[in-house]
Design a protein around this ligand. Structure first.
Ligand code: NAP
Length: 327
């Protein structure tokens, strides 16, 4: 059974290998038709079903996801929760500006603490790099907040490898969150060796490729023009066709474990030595309950490899292109 705990970076924080992504909890600016009550139930379902890490951000609902997460956490033991949030967005001028300067980041941490109604954050990520602040200076501001006990681990999100190296000049970075899934494995080649060598944990986002890796879609799927999935390349040919083929190849593996495609995909991430915590999002509490069951799946080496092999088309962009267009 995969009930191991995973250590975050160089800290003593231990998390379950499965977390909960909460961009659909109060994230009205990102998804239509969300309800606060459903968002609260999603978070509660995670905590009630053994998930310990909650991943939120200021930009999910411009503070509202953090408020709902804070509200849902009230009924649980804070010391058992690994709370991760992020900041870098400034909308005070009416337009989106990315900021990493020490004063801004310090104010953002204080504001997140208030919205989450807690006195410390387990992980604080700089959500996106800005163009002007020296990276080590931005991380230095977070290190001072760590010394004050306000945050416990320092994270970076959406930073390139060069930016990560610059930010980690003093060795303060504990965790990196970036896009990675069975359909997007580019980071394996680029940043993973550096992260491993520097004891920096990796948290992949979009692990279910926005729902595509749940196996619930077929050729008949279509999304409304205002649905973000209508713009995502994974839902367009040739990637979409290749994803459906790969998912069909792993259905027998799921059946062998009496599990869903989603659950064995999540189990694959949890057994992948490059990954620290996988944070699928959810729109409904039942999805969280089903996803949490993946923590009980222990894939054999063979089955892990079968899943890995099924998605080999996606490992290399060039091979993907040549398969798509044999001429
Ligand atoms: P995701 O995890 O790839 O996909 C989640 C979506 O899949 C859910 O919203 C739900 O959508 C569907 N789903 C989940 N479980 C399911 C199940 N058991 N059965 C069927 N469908 C299921 O994408 P994401 O939620 O956008 O990303 C995950 C987390 O990563 C976010 O919540 C956020 O915390 C984080 N993130 C971070 C960044 C960053 O810049 N750092 C960027 C993006 C995301 P439907 O029901 O609509 O299909």
């Amino acid at each position: 059974m995969t009930q191991k705990l995973t250590k975050i970076g160089k800290t003593d924080i231990l998390s379950t290998p499965l977390g909960l992504g909460t961009n659909a909890v109060g994230g009205y600016n990102l998804f239509p038709d969300l309800k606060d009550e459903t968002g609260l139930e999603i978070v509660r379902a995670g905590l009630e079903n053994g998930i310990t890490l909650l991943d939120t951000a200021y930009v999910y609902g411009l503070g509202h996801s953090e408020e709902l997460v804070g509200q849902a956490m009230k009924d649980f033991d804070r010391s058992h929760i690994i709370l991760a949030t992020k900041g870098a967005h400034d909308f005070s001028t009416g337009e989106e500006v990315i900021k990493n300067d020490p004063k801004f980041l310090t104010e953002q941490v204080e504001a997140s603490l208030k919205r989450l109604k807690t006195d410390y954050l387990d992980i604080y990520y700089i959500h996106f790099p800005d163009k002007t602040t020296p990276k080590a200076e931005a991380v230095g501001a977070l290190q001072r907040l760590r010394e004050q006990g306000k945050i416990k681990a320092i994270g970076l999100s959406n930073f390139s490898l060069d930016q990560i190296k610059e930010a980690n000049a003093d060795g303060y970075v504990d965790v990196v969150e970036d896009e990675f899934s069975l359909l997007h494995q580019d980071n394996t080649q680029t940043m993973m060796p550096y992260l491993k060598a520097n004891q920096i944990s990796f948290v992949p986002y979009f692990p279910l490729a926005s729902g595509l890796l749940t196996g619930k879609y077929d050729q008949a799927v279509s999304f409304a023009g205002d649905d973000i999935r209508s713009q995502i390349a994974d839902f367009k040919k040739p990637r979409f066709d290749e994803a459906l083929k790969a998912i069909d190849r792993i259905r027998p593996v799921a059946q062998a474990y009496d599990a869903t495609v989603t659950q064995i995909v999540l189990a694959w991430y949890m057994q992948n030595p490059l990954i620290s915590v996988v944070i699928p999002g959810a729109k409904r509490p039942t999805q969280v309950i089903n996803n949490a069951k993946a923590m009980a799946i222990d894939l054999t080496k063979d089955d892990y490899q079968k899943i890995d092999d099924a998605f080999s088309w996606f490992k290399d962009e060039e091979s993907g292109k040549s398969l798509a267009d044999p001429d």
